[in-house]
Design a protein. Structure first.
Length: 164
């Protein structure tokens, strides 16, 4: 281990739903071994209320979650990322900033629950479904023996998780 938690940033179109949920989930599931962050080039003004309600419903802490611009991680003193994971197809296709420290990258595309047109109950169900997909992937990710795998094996593993 690095002597500090592994820093993971999740990138998404608006940093309001999927990436916010992934940030909270990895913080909880990672149990101090992983620290989650989320960001976007053009963040929303605030997290999607359904995302926050879903996290609370699933018993994940939501305190301190907010939509962030990825420029925040280029400032002096910003945490160095070990992993950069895109969770939406739009973010995967964008030109991302150069992250210091050569973090490993992967794409874990998940449908945007905020795009669903329907009743609040239908939206709620979709947010829970997406949160559960993210949780399953994050549980697989955080169970990897990161410190024992060589870089190529680890890259193959985290890339493969996005296909599950």
């Amino acid at each position: 281990m690095t002597g500090r938690p592994y820093n993971v940033v999740f990138l998404c179109t608006h940093n309001s739903a999927r990436s916010i949920m992934a940030e909270a989930i990895v913080d909880y599931v990672g149990r101090g071994k992983f620290k989650g962050f989320s960001a976007r080039s053009q963040p929303a003004t605030a997290p999607n209320p359904f995302a926050l309600a879903t996290l609370q419903r699933l018993h994940f802490p939501t305190e301190g979650l907010y939509s962030k611009n990825w420029d925040e991680f280029a400032k002096p003193g910003a945490p160095v990322m070990d992993f950069v994971i895109t969770v939406c197809d739009n973010a995967a296709g964008e030109i991302c900033p150069v992250w210091p420290g050569q973090p490993m990258t992967a794409h874990w595309g998940v449908e945007d629950p905020g795009e669903l047109q329907g009743s609040d109950e239908e939206k709620s169900r979709e947010f829970v479904r997406v949160a559960n997909v993210l949780r399953r992937r994050i549980e697989l990710f955080t169970s990897l023996p990161v410190e024992k795998l060589d870089r190529l094996s680890l890259q193959r593993q985290i890339t493969g998780i996005g296909k599950q």
